[in-house]
Write a protein that binds this ligand. Structure first.
Ligand SMILES: Nc1ncnc2c1ncn2[C@@H]1O[C@H](COP(=O)(O)OP(=O)(O)OP(=O)(O)O)[C@@H](O)[C@H]1O
Ligand SMILES: [Mg+2]
Length: 521
């Protein structure tokens, strides 16, 4: 509080009094106390001095010549420069009404003349101290208000930031939730697909096992099951079997199966391909010859009938057998007897005959190309192998079987085959039947690198108008197609014989028979 008290020279005062002696007395008193004192003799002067250089306190006489002290005080209060200066009224009047009026117009005190100098000094000092206190408090208030304002603004900014953050967190949470949902849905889809694919693959592998446990013949179609049932039925009987079916349908496979399931299973199956040899050679091939039996027969040779004694003889492509040999064959089939070429000695054998052809033998009989009696002799137990296009349901199983075979051979691994590829494979008419399918899969396995097999199915144009063409036409166009592809190269790796899965000689005699010749441009 001490530093707020006016020190000598520390306070500026304005004394307003029209009475000169009174003014001088006051001036002397106050100056003596260290105040800086200015005096005014009337109201106008008072207002002017106060406006020019505002004092810290004003001692204001009420009775003035130009206006009364109340009016001066009013003007002072109205002026922003002087409004806050404490005004102490001085008056010789001691009436309550005037005091009330003095406070009403903004005065802070009222001193009645004559006054005691101590009282006046004490009041002046008190009001100056009060004013300074007020000013200080005011300043502190302003500062405080500012602080409050600042902290309010900061609080507001903080709240906004918090709200924004909340909003963003909400948005992000919603985003995350929907992303999570999407991810979950995708994962479920993938899982379902995986399960479906795995199920399909597992099913196929299991079914392959089932089939393998029986024989190496794959087929789950009703029609192939019937064929396999026939194979089992006839195998043990030792009866002659005639297997008919288009090229590549698996006739030889069936013949081998019959042999394996027969009483001769421990013995080798002897095979003759009737299409691969010219008539003179086929005879000696079948029945054997003595040394010198004909020109060029330098040694004695055992025929296939002798070799197959006590076992099975597979006469492949029987439809190609020359007429003159057909009758000799008939005799062996009926009596089990024959002679080697160049030998009068009759030999007796016990041979089980399985014959196969891709020709329509009944038609050949009608056309006089094949002996009727031989046909009936062979046709004791006919098995007809259906073409692959009539049993597309076997295709996936066959495909997987071949894939597994080539996996082993090529040291590759295939886990899946696209459904699309399988469907395309099932739609294809396969003029070359299972052999053609096997070749296509082998090719796909060679060129494929991943774990998913991609198969290029041959263009169906090669088998256009299939229904209206006979077997010969079909064979001709198929062989021609392959020859065009191989540039008419028959032998060697990738040659037509290999592609068609035929022996070179078989292919050549087929070409001769079907009149296939390369046209020279
Ligand atoms: N059901 C099947 N299961 C597995 N492989 C088969 C099946 N049918 C045929 N094949 C395969 O197809 C190819 C051709 O079979 P096969 O030689 O037995 O036919 P084909 O009817 O004798 O033909 P062609 O009349 O041309 O002599 C072979 O590689 C064989 O293993
Ligand atoms: Mg064959």
């Amino acid at each position: 509080m001490d530093n707020l008290r006016p020190k000598k020279g520390g306070g500026s005062l304005l004394v307003v009094d029209d009475d000169l002696p009174a003014r001088q007395t006051l001036e002397a008193l106050l100056t003596g106390e260290g105040y800086e004192v200015r005096c005014a003799a009337n109201g106008r002067m008072a207002l002017m001095f106060a406006g020019e250089d505002p004092p810290e306190l004003i001692l204001l006489d009420i009775r003035l010549p130009d206006m009364d002290g109340f009016q001066v005080c009013q003007h002072l209060k109205e002026d922003p420069r002087t409004g806050s200066i404490p005004v102490i009224f001085l008056s010789g009047l001691d009436e309550v009404v005037d005091k009330v009026k003095g406070f009403a117009v903004g005065g802070v005190d009222y001193i009645t003349k004559p006054f005691q100098s101590e009282e006046l000094l004490a009041r002046v000092e008190t009001h100056l101290t009060l004013r300074r206190l007020q000013e200080q408090t005011g300043a502190q208030n302003v500062q405080l208000q500012e602080e409050i304002g600042k902290s309010k603004r900061a609080e507001e900014a903080l709240r906004r930031a918090h709200d924004e953050l909340e909003e963003r967190v909400k948005e992000r949470t919603a985003d995350l939730a929907s992303a999570k949902e999407q991810l979950q849905a995708r994962l479920e889809e993938i899982e379902a697909l995986k399960q479906q694919m795995e199920k399909e693959n597992v099913q196929l592998r299991e079914e392959i096992k089932l089939q393998y446990s029986h024989e190496e013949i794959v087929g789950r179609s009703e029609i192939m099951r019937k064929v396999l049932a026939q194979v089992e039925q006839v195998a043990l009987t030792g009866s002659t079997v005639l297997i008919q079916g288009e090229t590549g349908t698996g006739k030889e496979l069936l013949a081998r199966a019959i042999h394996r399931l027969s009483v001769h299973q421990g013995r080798p199956l002897v095979t003759v391909n009737c299409a691969s040899l010219p008539p003179t050679l086929i005879e000696s091939e079948l029945f054997g010859r003595e040394k010198g039996a004909y020109t060029g027969a330098l040694t004695r040779m055992i025929g296939r009938f002798e070799a197959a004694d006590g076992s099975t003889l597979f006469l492949d492509e029987i439809g190609e057998l020359p007429q003159e040999i057909q009758s000799k064959l008939l005799r062996v089939l009926e009596e089990g007897r024959f002679e080697r070429l160049g030998s009068p000695k009759t030999l007796q054998v016990s041979v089980r005959i399985i014959a196969a052809t891709n020709r329509d033998l009944a038609e050949d009989v009608k056309a006089g190309r094949f002996r009727k009696d031989l046909y009936y002799r062979l046709n004791v137990f006919p098995i007809s192998v259906p073409p692959l296009r009539e049993r597309p349901e076997d295709i996936p199983l066959l495909v997987w079987t071949f894939v597994r075979q080539f996996e082993e051979k090529m040291g590759k691994r295939v886990d899946t085959i696209s459904r699309k590829s399988l469907e395309a494979l099932q739609r294809h008419p396969w003029p070359g039947n299972v052999r053609e399918l096997r070749n296509v899969i082998e090719h796909a396995m060679i060129v494929s690198s991943g774990r998913t097999l991609i198969v290029n199915v041959p263009k169906p144009e090669t088998s256009k108008g299939l229904e209206t063409r006979n077997l010969e036409d079909m064979e001709r166009s198929h062989i021609l197609g392959v020859l065009e592809k191989t540039g008419w190269r028959i032998t060697g790796s990738g040659g037509a014989a290999e592609v068609l899965g035929l022996k070179r000689t078989t292919l050549q005699s087929k070409m001769e028979k079907l009149g296939i010749k390369r046209s020279i441009p």
